[in-house]
Design a protein around this ligand. Structure first.
Ligand SMILES: Nc1ncnc2c1ncn2[C@@H]1O[C@H](COP(=O)(O)OP(=O)(O)OP(=O)(O)O)[C@@H](O)[C@H]1O
Ligand SMILES: [Mg+2]
Length: 358
C-alpha cells in the first residue's frame, strides 16, 4: 500500500492540474480553492519545533471539538513530516476510533500505563492514517481510572512519568516532535494528569452560545496546576471550532474570544463542516477522508500555524518530580491574559501526593 501522505499529495497535484472549466460551479470552485490551499501548504513542510511539544487539548465543556482537533491536528502534523503521538485520555475512546486504532476491552491502552505498570512503548499502536502518526488508545477500562488512581502514589504524575520515560528510552530519531493529549470533558484526575504531563494547553472553543462559560474555571485549574504541580504549563493556543459563517453569533463569539485571548487564538478557524463529522464513521480523520473539504484545509492551516509557532518556544522551567516541591511561579496560567470570567466556583484540584503525605 502506498503512503497515504503520498496519495494525498498525488491527488492534490492531479486536481490542481485540471482545467478551471471542470470547476464551473461554486461548490467545485470552493473545492478547487481548498485543495489549492492544501497543496500550497504541502510545498512547504512544517518546521520542526524547537523542542518536543507535549500539548494537552482540554476544555471541560463537552462536544467542543477536543477529539476532532486532536485527531486532525495530529494527522496534519504527521502528513507534513512531523512525528506525532496522540494519547487518547478519554474513556469514550473516540480518538482511537477516528485513528482506526483498536480499543476494545483487553487492548493494551493508556489505562495500563496510568494504573498498571506498562510502559507507553507497550501500549503505543500505529495508525492507519500515516506512518508518522501513532496513538495510545483508550479503552472503557479508563472509566474506572479516576477512582483507581486516588490511592496510587504520585497519582497526578503518572502520565508525565510515562511520557518522560518513553521519550528518554526512544532513540532520538524516533522521538515524536509532537505529543497531543486528548482530555475527557471533566476536570477530574485524568485531565489533571494531562495538565501535569503537558508543557502547554490548547483549548478548543466552539463558536456557539455558552462557549465561554466555564472557561474561567478551566483557567483557574490550570493556574493551580502551574503553581503546585507543573510550573511549565501555559495556555499557548486557542482554536475556534465549529464556526458557522451564516450566523452572527459565531462572529460575535469569535470576536469576544479574540478580544480576551489576543494572539493566543490561531488565525485559522475550523468551520462547521459535515465531512468533519462523517469522517470518524469511516475510522478516519477528515484530512484523510476528504482532503479537499473545508474542514480538512482548515485543520491543515491550523496545524501549520501551530507548527510555525513552535519553532521558537521559551525554555521550560525545571521539571518537578513528586519528591521535590515546586516554587510558585510568577504570572498566570495564560501568561498574557486576565480572563474576566464570572464563574465564582472553582473545582478544587485534588491535593498533590506531597500534600497528602504532609
Ligand atoms: N468542525 C466540525 N464540523 C462539524 N461537526 C464537527 C466539527 N467538529 C466536531 N464536530 C462533531 O461534533 C461532535 C463533538 O466533537 P468532538 O467529539 O471532537 O468534541 P469533544 O470536545 O471531544 O467531545 P467530548 O467532550 O465528548 O470529548 C462530534 O460528533 C464531531 O464529529
Ligand atoms: Mg472527545
Amino acid at each position: 500500500m502506498t503512503d497515504p501522505g503520498q496519495r494525498l499529495r498525488s491527488s492534490l497535484t492531479a486536481e490542481q492540474s485540471a482545467s478551471a472549466v471542470e470547476f464551473d460551479s461554486p461548490i467545485a470552485m470552493e473545492a478547487l480553492r481548498a485543495t489549492q490551499v492544501l497543496h500550497a501548504a504541502d510545498q512547504e513542510p512544517f518546521p520542526v519545533p524547537g523542542r518536543i511539544r507535549v500539548i494537552t487539548i482540554a476544555n471541560q465543556k463537552g462536544g467542543v471539538g477536543k477529539t476532532t482537533s486532536s485527531v486532525n491536528l495530529g494527522v496534519a502534523l504527521a502528513l507534513y513530516g512531523l512525528r506525532t503521538l496522540v494519547i487518547d485520555l478519554d474513556p469514550q475512546g473516540n480518538t482511537s476510533t477516528a485513528l482506526g486504532v483498536p480499543h476494545s476491552v483487553g487492548t493494551p491502552s493508556v489505562y495500563d500505563a496510568l494504573v498498571g505498570d506498562s510502559s507507553l512503548a507497550e501500549v503505543v499502536h500505529p495508525t492507519t492514517a500515516t506512518p508518522l502518526l501513532s496513538c495510545v488508545p483508550a479503552t472503557i477500562d479508563l472509566a474506572g481510572a479516576e477512582i483507581e488512581l486516588v490511592s496510587v502514589v504520585a497519582r497526578e504524575y503518572r502520565l508525565r512519568r510515562a511520557i518522560e520515560t518513553h521519550l528518554q528510552e526512544l532513540p532520538p530519531e524516533q522521538r515524536p516532535h509532537y505529543v497531543l493529549i486528548d482530555c475527557p470533558p471533566s476536570l477530574g484526575l485524568l485531565t489533571l494528569n494531562a495538565l501535569v504531563a503537558g508543557d502547554e494547553v490548547l483549548i478548543p472553543i466552539q463558536c456557539e452560545y455558552y462557549a465561554l462559560e466555564g472557561l474561567g474555571q478551566l483557567l483557574n485549574n490550570i493556574d493551580l496546576v502551574r503553581r503546585h504541580l507543573n510550573p511549565g504549563i501555559a495556555v499557548r493556543t486557542i482554536l475556534l471550532t465549529m464556526y458557522d459563517g451564516r450566523t452572527k453569533l459565531a462572529d460575535q463569539v469569535a470576536e469576544e474570544v479574540r478580544n480576551h485571548f489576543g494572539s493566543l487564538v490561531l488565525d485559522a478557524v475550523i468551520p462547521r463542516n459535515v465531512r468533519v463529522s462523517e469522517a470518524p464513521g469511516y475510522g478516519q480523520s477528515v484530512v484523510t477522508y476528504d482532503p479537499g473539504s473545508r474542514g480538512s484545509t482548515s485543520y491543515v492551516e491550523a496545524a501549520r500555524e501551530l507548527a510555525h509557532r513552535g519553532v521558537a518556544l521559551p525554555p521550560l522551567p525545571s521539571r518537578p518530580t513528586p519528591g521535590s516541591p515546586v516554587a510558585a511561579p510568577v504570572g498566570s496560567a495564560t501568561d498574557v491574559v486576565a480572563f474576566p470570567d464570572t464563574d465564582a466556583a472553582t473545582v478544587p484540584v485534588p491535593p498533590s501526593s506531597e500534600e497528602n503525605k504532609a
